[in-house]
Design a protein around this ligand. Structure first.
Ligand SMILES: C[S@@+](CC[C@H](N)C(=O)[O-])C[C@H]1O[C@@H](n2cnc3c(N)ncnc32)[C@H](O)[C@@H]1O
Length: 237
């Protein structure tokens, strides 16, 4: 039997574009408590800084009704709400480690017509779904609070649950690529809690190392807040 070397996970992965960059300062075990406390105002912050990037994520995902869609780190459900409108007859699952963010999401989504979804406490490190079951996996503004040395295990988990050829739609706070956009990372260096523990990351090279094909990476800036929006597909095992 032949073996396609290009699709195998490397034994000694290349250094990603994140290597030696600013690492996460808030440990994972403190994140759920932090976001429980931020849930009441998160949507206001996101409206002014993250909406443009999420518009782009929805556009790139090209959702067709009837798919299995997983939103990891669903937060207060802003993006999930838009997914539900496009996938009324599919399977829609949102998970997050913060009870406070999920409570906010549940209250928001209870008012919309498509009640065909589930919202559960769950971690990106251990997704309670079978292998090869997800058509599109969304993950927005989560890797920017994950330590570099833990990112690989999450990408492995995304790879496991996605169907071959399945789409990964990733949005992250990223490094400034235009004048003035370094402001938020300067705030993070002084007071990371004020940034919800988020700093700029660049995930396209890491995805390639972990057997994804990056279709596009777009830089989006809103109120000087720098985001990357990545569409990638899972290569075969
Ligand atoms: C900056 S918020 C983004 C929320 C939402 N995705 C959005 O774009 O509005 C980060 C979210 O990631 C969640 N989170 C952090 N680490 C996680 C993990 N390991 N698994 C699942 N959710 C996680 C937090 O609880 C929080 O709700």
């Amino acid at each position: 039997m032949g073996c396609n070397i290009t699709n195998m996970k490397p034994l000694f992965p290349r250094r990603s574009s994140n290597t030696n960059k600013l690492d996460a300062k808030i440990p994972q075990h403190k994140i759920s408590g932090l976001y429980d406390g931020m849930a009441w105002y998160y949507d206001v912050w996101a409206h002014f800084t993250e909406k443009k990037a999420q518009d782009k994520a929805i556009e790139l995902s090209k959702i067709e009704d009837g798919l299995t869609i997983l939103d990891v780190a669903v937060g207060t459900g802003k993006l999930f709400n838009r997914i539900l409108k496009r996938n009324p007859n599919g399977i829609n699952i949102g998970i997050d480690i913060s009870k406070g963010m999920l409570t906010k999401a549940k209250s928001k989504l209870s008012k919309q017509p498509n009640q065909n979804y589930s919202l559960e406490i769950g971690s990106a490190f251990d997704i309670k779904m079978d292998n090869h079951t997800v058509d599109i996996l969304f993950n927005n503004y989560m890797f920017d609070l994950i330590p570099f040395n833990q990112m690989g295990s999450i990408i492995d988990e995304f790879f496991r649950v996605l169907k071959p050829g399945g789409k990964l739609v990733l949005v992250n706070m990223t490094k400034a690529e235009r004048l003035g956009a370094g402001l938020y990372e300067r705030i993070y260096r002084i007071y990371p809690l004020l940034m919800g523990g988020c700093r700029g990351v660049q995930q396209n090279n890491l995805l390639t190392e972990y057997r994804f094909r990056v279709i596009t990476r777009e830089y989006v800036q809103q109120m000087l807040f720098p985001s990357e929006v990545i569409l990638a597909t899972k290569l075969s095992e």
